[in-house]
Design a protein around this ligand. Structure first.
Ligand code: ATP
Ligand code: MG
Length: 609
């Protein structure tokens, strides 16, 4: 299995589409969105207008020396200041709420989508990448949303408003400013392009390093056992160095922009001042006009510099948003099942409800027949793992799979519960093609005890109840007793309420297996799949596990992948798998007489001991 990191280096393929999709999320909070924009516009307009006040104030003072008019202007100015502050404050507040709600929803969508993805998705993608999208990309998006929209609004309103006022004061000077702005734009565009590439490289390097740290962190035991530390450090150092280089480049271009823009701004200011002074001497404009105009000159470039400063972050956020949407667009498990499971208390038990033509239904009782017909399967195209598998299990029968490692035993069971879709052939459940059965209903009839037990953070009780969420405490205990887990649980300090750490590290292998048997038992499944753990436990625990499994198997169609002879001996049929093919089948006596592979495994090899 080769999990590869996603190619993070890619440019946002379609920034416009990503942006539109992002904006689509605002439809859930229209009030906040429009309210935020409205207040921001109000504050910005007030700011633009307040600059215009400079002109009459200065002229009233210099030319007319009129104190009363001056006081009136000051009061108006004060009002403007209040409107500006209020508008900006409320605008920001609304935008923060909007972005938090939006991101909250995106996270919700992502998680629920992740839960619908097929197992094969997780084979193809590293956990680190997915985690990084969940955390880094979402974080980045939050920041950009919080500031991006208001800044964009402020920029547009300021630029448009200011230009209008400038043209009103002096079209000629406005032309001069426009030429200077064009030059500045050119610079931004050039540097922006350079830094976007660098920034993406930086993000990719960061994700790469994070993924590595996570991988090594979760594999500490393996690292230590194999003395891999030095090599791990070397690899980490290399990735760290790559990140340093990428970040330095990204930041260099990022910080170049500010001084360049700043200097160009000064040049522009000086040019306008000179031209303005000339116009005042020629009596075309008043001193107040020039004061206002210069103020506008300054404020027209500020939003542009501000925006260009944000460009990096914006690019990164967009690329992140695209990765988020990529996860969301990932195809979910196909489920066209129209056969459902219904319960008829009067007739006793469950029935498959199979739709026929003309809205009629046929009801087939849930029994537990499983049939494989010429099944072929491969995880990756061109590498067949199972070849021409045929088998038939009757209700209550025990079918055992044996065979060397990698033969395809676990794979067969992965197909029964439809973790993966088969390439050819059919699998029938009570005579119904399992492709026709709704996955939820199919899986509700099955329990699996996986080869490697997975426990979740929570109490022992919660972990057993995972098998059936509405089970009562009594039923939990009942299941634990059946699984032979009750005894060890009782002896824990807090009994059934003992907290397990993530993955149950504070339990022994054997105890974890007993717990997983209890979990399977509580679901009271029709089909049971036991993938016996290869790890060995002490003989007493082994006996407990074997007994627990026996009780659990009673009366259910069971597929058991056995590594211990004791588990196999009493199976109705034993299938010997080799390289994805069933090479021998029969019960223990028959196979022993055959003196084939099974006989070899039993007498020679240690695998079944
Ligand atoms: N998710 C996967 N993606 C690609 N190949 C896989 C995947 N899982 C298993 N394989 C391959 O399929 C083959 C069969 O694997 P499987 O897990 O079924 O073996 P097994 O018989 O259960 O072995 P073991 O006794 O070690 O558990 C192996 O060659 C394995 O490398
Ligand atoms: Mg296996």
């Amino acid at each position: 299995m080769n999990k590869q990191s996603k190619p993070l280096h890619l440019r946002p393929k379609d920034p416009k589409k990503t942006l539109m999709r992002l904006f689509g999320y605002f439809r859930y909070n229209k009030g906040l969105f429009f309210g935020g924009i409205l207040f921001t516009i109000l504050g910005t307009l007030a700011e633009v207008a307040s600059n215009a006040m400079l002109s009459p104030i200065i002229d009233a003072f210099i030319e007319r020396k009129d104190g009363r008019t001056l006081l009136g202007y000051f009061i108006i100015m004060g009002l403007f200041v209040i409107i500006i502050a209020l508008g900006q404050y409320l605008g920001n507040l609304f935008m923060i709420k909007l972005s938090q709600k939006t991101v909250h929803r995106i996270r919700e969508d992502m998680f629920s989508h992740m839960e619908k993805l097929p197992i094969s998705y997780f084979d193809r993608h590293s956990h680190g990448d997915l985690m990084s999208t969940f955390t880094n990309d979402v974080d980045m998006l939050t920041q950009s949303l919080e500031q991006g929209i208001s800044q964009l609004t402020i920029s547009i309103i300021t630029v448009v408003g200011t230009f209008a006022m400038m043209i009103y004061i002096s079209p000629i000077l406005t032309l001069l400013v426009a030429v200077m702005l064009l030059i500045m734009f050119g610079a931004i565009k050039y540097i922006g392009q350079k830094s976007a590439v660098n920034f993406r490289n930086q993000q990719a390097a960061l994700a790469d390093m994070n993924g590595y740290v996570e991988e090594i962190m979760s594999g500490q035991k393996v690292v230590k056992v194999f003395n891999y530390e030095k090599r791990a450090i070397d690899i980490f150092n290399r990735k760290n160095e790559e990140l340093r280089k990428a970040s330095t480049q990204a930041s260099t271009y990022g910080t170049m922009l500010m001084p360049i823009m700043g200097n160009l701004s000064y040049v522009k200011y000086a040019l306008v001042s000179m031209a303005g002074a000339f116009l005042v001497i020629k009596k075309v404009l008043s001193v107040g006009n020039i004061a206002s105009f210069l103020q506008y000159t300054r404020s027209v470039s500020r939003p542009i510099t501000m925006f260009s400063n944000q460009l990096n972050t914006l690019f990164a956020a967009l690329a992140g948003a695209e990765r988020i949407f990529n996860v969301l667009d990932e195809e979910v498990e196909i489920d066209q099942g129209d056969v459902t499971l219904v319960k008829h208390d009067d007739k006793g038990g469950y029935y498959w409800k199979v739709p026929k033509n003309n809205e009629e239904y046929e009801e087939i009782p849930l029994r537990g027949y499983i049939t494989f017909k010429d099944v072929n399967f491969s995880y990756e195209e061109g590498k067949p793992v199972l070849k021409n598998i045929n088998l038939h299990a009757k209700p209550g029968q025990k079918i055992a799979f044996v065979g060397s490692t990698g033969a395809g035993k676990t794979t067969i069971t992965n197909l029964i519960n439809r973790f993966y879709e088969i390439n050819e052939g059919t699998i029938l459940f009570d005579g119904i093609d399992i492709k026709r059965i709704r996955k939820y209903d199919l899986r509700s009839t099955m329990s699996i005890v996986l080869q490697d037990v997975h426990l979740f953070e929570g109490t022992i009780k919660d972990n057993i109840r995972y098998g059936r969420l509405d089970a009562t405490d009594e039923e939990v205990m009942e299941a634990a007793k059946l699984a032979n887990a009750h005894y060890f649980i009782k002896n824990l300090p807090q009994g059934y309420d003992t907290m397990l750490t993530a993955d149950g590290m504070n339990l022994s292998q054997g105890e974890r297996q007993l717990l997983s048997i209890a979990r399977a038992a509580i679901a009271d499944p029709t089909i049971l799949i036991l993938d016996e753990a290869t790890s060995s436990v002490d003989t007493r625990t082994e006996k407990l596990i074997a007994e627990g499994m026996d009780k659990l198997m009673d009366g259910r169609t069971t597929f058991v992948i056995a590594h211990r002879l004791s588990t196999v001996r009493d199976a109705d049929t034993i299938m010997v798998l080799e390289h994805g093919k069933i090479i021998e089948r029969g019960n223990h006596e028959e196979l022993m007489q055959l003196k084939g592979r099974y006989y070899e495994l039993n007498t020679g090899a240690a695998e079944l001991e």
